[in-house]
Design a protein around this ligand. Structure first.
Ligand code: PLP
Length: 380
């Protein structure tokens, strides 16, 4: 959806919110300043193949929390953001695990099929979105994995804020997914592109990953991105983490991963990793970042509520509760391609053909217009 957040400035936010935003913005500037001051010497040197060590260890801590005795079983490398982590993980598993298939949710982030196809692994799908009831098709998801996936297959899971549906499993459901992985010998591969952006809480958004880790029975990979949660899109800041059964297996995997990394990019880039490391390791900057995450995720939740309330107030035919029960930046509205086309033509609101909207593109000035556009399209 092409709406700009800038339009919000016409309606003044409360003073406290201006202070918060300014504070958050200053924090970012401050981080850049810190990087400039402290890293000028050697700023353009190569990093090690596995990346900037302080970044990699801070990123790992943000994701898993304290690893304790499992520390030596985890291999982590800095990657070209989440995409690079997905790709490196796919290439590595294609060669070492040799899965008969990777199982992607239907639908999933479009690049997943592309990445695994390039890695030479057959892409198969498990049901995810129940279009009739506009919710997670959980029983069919479990059933498909139980009956059709083979031991050693990879199951790609979105750690939080599923893209594109905005629908996440509950904690009980995650537990059942872990049960199936255990029972069937499947290899879970988490894509964690929105930690902190879903609930505003880093631990809550990493709950599924940490649950799989705690069970102590599973190996897994996690692709981590700082594009969204730090707004570092173009800096390409991310990491791949691989949890192995033993520390010896981890050492071996480290060598393989380094070879793939060397072949693809030699060394990961410096500036974004330094910026992220600075934020993650400075207590004051870290607190500022948490405030930013709370503010951004809270604003998205407010916009979900606003869109839902407008649709209900208009008496728009259909049920709209899914707009508020979904989480993260995206909402699968359930609009058909015809409705999307009519909204574009008549109201100049641009929505993906799949009916997915970016809730972050809504603001207090455009939400009514968007709701009216949806209302008109649904009624025709
Ligand atoms: N994974 C998912 C599910 C995403 O939605 C995205 C970005 O949209 C990414 C990974 C990769 O983002 P990046 O490569 O910018 O970290």
């Amino acid at each position: 959806m092409g709406a700009s957040n800038g339009a919000e400035s016409q309606q003044l936010p409360p003073f406290s919110s201006i202070l918060d935003t300014t504070y958050a913005w200053l924090k970012n500037l401050q981080a850049e300043e810190v990087v400039k001051k402290t890293q000028d010497s050697g700023r353009y040197e190569y990093l090690p193949i596995s990346g900037l060590a302080p970044f990699v260890s801070a990123a790992r801590k943000v994701l898993f929390g304290p690893l304790g005795s499992k520390e030596a079983r985890v291999v982590s490398l800095q990657t070209i953001s989440g995409t690079g982590a997905n790709f490196l993980g796919a290439k590595f598993l294609a060669e070492t695990l040799k899965p008969s298939a990777v199982w992607l949710s239907d639908p999933s982030w479009v690049n997943h099929a592309n990445i695994w196809g390039l890695a030479g692994v057959q892409v198969r799908r498990y049901p995810y979105w129940d279009a009739t009831n506009k919710r997670l098709d959980f029983e069919h998801m479990i059933q498909r994995l139980e009956t059709a996936a083979a031991p050693g297959d990879v199951v790609l899971l979105h750690a939080c804020a599923h893209n594109p549906t905005g629908v996440d499993p509950t904690k009980d459901q995650w537990t059942r997914v872990a049960d199936v992985c255990e029972k069937k010998g499947l290899f879970p591969f988490f894509d964690c592109a929105y930690q902190g952006f879903a609930s505003g809480d880093l631990a809550e958004d990493a709950w599924a990953v940490r649950h799989f880790l705690e069970r102590d029975t599973l190996e897994m990979a996690v692709a981590q991105s700082f594009s969204k949660n730090m707004g570092l899109y173009g800096e390409r800041v991310g990491a791949l983490h691989l949890l192995c059964r033993t520390s010896m297996a981890a050492d071996k995997a480290k060598g393989h991963l380094a070879r793939f990394q060397r072949g693809q990019i030699s060394q990961p880039p410096t500036t974004g990793a330094r910026l992220a490391a600075t934020i993650l390791s400075d207590p004051e900057l870290f607190q500022g970042w948490l405030l930013d995450l709370g503010e951004m995720s809270g604003r998205i939740r407010q916009m979900r509520r606003a869109l839902h309330d407008e649709l209900v107030a208009l008496g728009t035919p259909g049920r709209w509760h899914h707009v508020i029960s979904q989480i993260g930046m995206f909402s699968y509205t359930g609009l058909t391609p015809e409705q999307v086309a009519s909204i574009q033509e008549n109201s100049h609101v641009y929505i993906l053909k799949s009916g997915r909207i970016s809730v972050a593109g809504l603001n207090t000035n455009n939400v009514k217009h968007v709701a009216e556009a949806i209302d008109a399209a649904v009624r025709t």
